[in-house]
Structure formats: structure tokens, C-alpha cells
Design a binder for this molecule. Structure first.
Ligand SMILES: *Cc1c(COP(=O)(O)O)cnc(C)c1O
Length: 438
């Protein structure tokens, strides 16, 4: 249907407006059924009702000025304090809530840049050393804030010695992921911490996707390497409440070792005719709903709730990994510690396999360098894991029996996008796609 650009002359009734919105949703991804492997982290309907009720209580408030809403100030302080404690912080650990992982990463980059400006004025062209597998939100932050990324190729996990070799007099920050999004493996944070201390450079740990899984998985007895503030040398950490924190969207935390770091995050305009303006993050007006819902989420689930949910997602992830490794030609990449991972194929076209899975009603996340398919396991997947594995075995057999499937549907498009050596050309194709979408 075409975009309707006309503002209705008369307002529609509430029923008509809501009816139209519901109609528009019929082609949307069906996350409720567990057939989508990313984007939505669903616990159950009861939990969603708690989030909605808390969110709606603060629907109209604005967290731009916490002094006007002490309730929000307290919610945010407690969310940050709970996250800090969970992630190995001490009485000095501090931070703020943000709108999501990307804002947390943007702020981390800005903080390291501004700290270097203040303490190392000789650095004129700041650089950041990060694993090539690190989340693009970091590259976005570096692009926005004039920091040159120095990516270090990672054989799934980055090599700390290679990270150390990439350090120059211009390096203002190091990054490690816990875990990396593409392969779900935790970088050697303890070794990166040693490198950071040796060179006197801060280390940001991107635990956006792992921050609310790994601590509970460790408590449950899964082998989780040290990755948080307990590691000497870690100076900041990001963790998304709206992923495995199971909170409403628009909620993450950026945490610092102590306030001397966070000082460089805040923005203050002390000479404005509109009064003193202060802002902790990227935006101005801040929705209050995500803050209240995050507080409600942490208190509604409690430690027992997170342990129960983590137990379920870890068991499902292990079952899926074993099942995938048992399908001829398919194998899990590396040794993922948490509940996200990727698998690849020997001898069959992976994008054709994805196409076959889409035909069987699964929404698949395709990756590249090397080609792989990505699974973010959530509580919704426990009930569908067996069905997924059966469909996957069938789809893989179909692709092995008929290599021509690699030329059908979107498979050749993904293949081309993944393998074109000229990445500038790919970016241009994607720019056209974006213009089409927006
Ligand atoms: C999801 C993710 C991010 C970005 O978070 P958004 O909430 O999507 O902005 C950053 N880092 C990692 C490792 C992630 O998985």
C-alpha cells in the first residue's frame, strides 16, 4: 500500500486509529512464536504486563530533569547500582542509563576522547584499538566523534598480543566484547586488561548482549571467563537492559570504574540564556517509561527470576549447538560461552539454507566473513528448539541434494553482498536500500 501523506482533516476515533494500526501489522515478524532469532527478548505475557504497567505509570514524564522527578532519579540510580554490583563493581562504580547499547557505546567513545583531550593534549588524532568483531555501534561512535578505529583481525576471539601491537601514541581506548555479537565468544578480557594497564590506556568491555546473561550463567556453574570490573584494567562497561535484562526497549547502562571517567560523559552549557543546561547522554528529552520499566523488571524478576531464565536459555542454546553439530556439514563456530552463537556449513551454500528455513517459517539472521547464520536464544525458543533442528536437518539435506538452490530467491543476493571485494560498492547498494526504506 502506498504511503498516505495526508493528515486527516478530522481526527479519527480511537477505535478507528487503533484498528488501522492493528491492520498494518499483519506482515510483521511473528516473534511471539519463537520463529524470530533476534530483535525481541520475550519472557512471557505476565512479564510484559508488568513492563507495560510500569512504563505507562511514567508515560508522560521527562527524565531530562531528574530534579523535577525524584522518583525517576531514584529508579535510575538503583538500576545503575544493581547493574554495577552484578558486574563486579565496587562503591566507586558509577554510570548512567541510556536509550540502548548504541548510545552506551557512543558515550563510551566520547568519554575516552574527552578524557584524552583533557589529560593527554599531545594526542591530536585519537585512535581506538578494537577487535574486528566488535559491534558497529563503536564504529558509529568513532565516526561521530572523530576517533580513528584500528580494527584487529580476530580469529573469533581477538589476540591480545595483536591488540598490543596496534597501540600507538595516539591510542585513547581499547575494546573487548563479552561476548561479541557475531559469534558469541568472549574476548580474553583478563589479558586485554593487562595490556591496558601496561600501556596506561582505558579498556571498554562491550557486554551489551552478555551483561545480563554471563553473571547468572556463571552462578549456574557454566564456565565463564572473567570479563567485568573484577578484571584489573577494565575502566568501563556497557550492558543492555532491553536485551537479556528483559526490560522494555530503550534501556541500557554505561558504567565506569569511577566518577573521574563519567565526568567526561556529561554535557553542561553554563552560559545559555535558557538557564544552566545539563544533559547526561546523547539526547535531550528522555523518555521516562524505559527507566521505570527497567526498575520494575529488575525487581519483578529478582535474582531467582534471572537464574531461572538464564538456565532455560543456556540449556536451549546447548541443545541447539549439539543438534546443529550433529547435522552433516553444519558446525557451530568457536566455543560460545553464552546464549548467542553462529553456525556455518561445509560444502553447502549457507544462504540457500537460510532461504530454505525462511520457506519453513523461520526468520534467519545471515552473517558473513565467513558466511554463517546467527541465533540469539531467548526463553521463547525452548519450546521450538526440536522443531527448528528437524527443519534445519531437512533444509540442509535439500540444499546438499540440490546445489542449484544457491541460485534461488535471495540466496545469490546475500552471496554477492558477502563476497564483493569492493566494500564501498556494497555500502552504496545499501545506501540505495536505506533510501528506499525511508
Ligand atoms: C546489541 C548490541 C549492541 C547495540 O545495542 P543496541 O541496543 O542495538 O543499540 C552493542 N554491542 C553488542 C555486543 C550488541 O550485541
Amino acid at each position: 500500500m502506498g504511503v498516505q501523506a495526508e493528515l486527516p482533516g478530522q481526527g479519527m476515533t480511537r477505535e478507528a486509529v487503533i484498528g488501522r494500526l492493528k491492520e498494518m501489522r499483519h506482515n510483521d515478524a511473528d516473534w511471539h512464536s519463537g520463529r524470530v532469532w533476534s530483535l525481541v527478548y520475550h519472557v512471557d505475557d505476565e512479564h510484559v504486563r508488568l513492563l507495560q504497567e510500569a512504563y505507562n505509570l511514567f508515560f508522560m514524564e521527562n527524565a531530562l530533569n531528574p530534579l523535577a522527578f525524584p522518583s525517576l532519579q531514584r529508579c535510575e540510580q538503583e538500576v545503575v547500582a544493581i547493574a554495577g554490583r552484578l558486574l563486579g563493581g565496587d562503591g566507586e562504580t558509577t554510570g548512567t542509563m541510556t536509550s540502548g547499547g548504541t548510545e552506551s557505546l557512543l558515550l563510551a567513545v566520547k568519554t575516552y576522547r574527552d578524557r584524552a583531550r583533557a589529560l593527554r593534549p599531545e594526542v591530536k588524532a585519537p585512535e581506538a584499538v578494537l577487535p574486528a568483531s566488535a559491534h558497529p555501534g563503536l564504529l558509529k561512535g568513532m565516526h561521530y566523534f572523530g576517533v580513528t578505529p584500528v580494527p584487529v583481525a580476530a580469529d573469533l576471539r581477538v589476540d591480545p598480543a595483536a591488540m598490543a601491537r596496534a597501540i600507538t601514541p595516539n591510542t585513547i581506548m581499547l575494546v573487548g566484547s563479552a561476548p561479541s555479537y557475531p559469534h558469541g565468544v568472549v574476548d580474553p578480557i583478563a589479558a586485554l586488561g593487562e595490556v591496558a594497564l601496561r600501556h596506561g590506556i582505558g579498556l571498554h568491555v562491550d557486554a551489551c548482549v552478555g551483561g545480563f546473561v554471563l553473571p547468572f550463567a556463571a552462578k549456574l556453574g557454566y564456565p565463564i571467563p572473567p570479563f567485568d570490573f573484577r578484571v584489573p584494567g577494565v575502566t568501563s562497561l556497557s550492558a543492555d537492559l532491553h536485551k537479556y535484562g528483559y526490560a522494555a526497549k530503550g534501556a541500557s547502562v554505561i558504567l565506569y570504574k569511577d566518577q573521574s571517567w563519567r565526568n567526561h560523559q556529561f554535557f553542561i552549557a553554563a552560559g545559555w540564556s535558557g538557564g544552566i543546561y545539563m544533559s547526561p547522554g546523547i539526547g535531550g528529552t528522555r523518555p521516562a517509561g524505559p527507566i521505570a520499566a527497567a526498575w520494575a523488571c529488575l525487581h519483578g524478576l529478582g535474582e531467582a527470576g534471572y537464574l531461572r531464565l538464564t538456565d532455560a536459555v543456556m540449556a536451549t542454546a546447548k541443545k541447539l549447538q549439539a543438534g546443529i553439530n550433529a547435522i552433516p556439514g553444519l558446525y557451530v563456530l568457536g566455543e560460545p560461552e553464552g546464549s548467542i552463537f553462529a553456525f556455518a556449513s561445509e560444502g553447502a551454500d549457507l544462504y540457500a539454507l537460510a532461504e530454505q528455513m525462511e520457506q519453513r517459517g523461520w526468520h534467519m539472521d545471515r552473517q558473513m566473513l565467513p558466511p554463517s547464520l546467527h541465533l540469539t536464544v531467548t526463553p521463547a525458543h525452548a519450546a521450538v528448539a526440536d522443531r527448528f533442528l528437524a527443519d534445519l536437518a531437512e533444509a540442509q539435506a535439500a540444499v546438499l541434494a540440490n546445489p542449484a538452490l544457491a541460485q534461488e530467491g535471495f540466496a545469490p543476493v546475500y552471496g554477492l553482498m558477502a563476497s564483493l571485494p569492493d566494500r564501498g560498492q556494497v555500502a552504496e547498494m545499501v545506501l540505495n536500500l536505506l533510501n528506499g526504506i525511508y
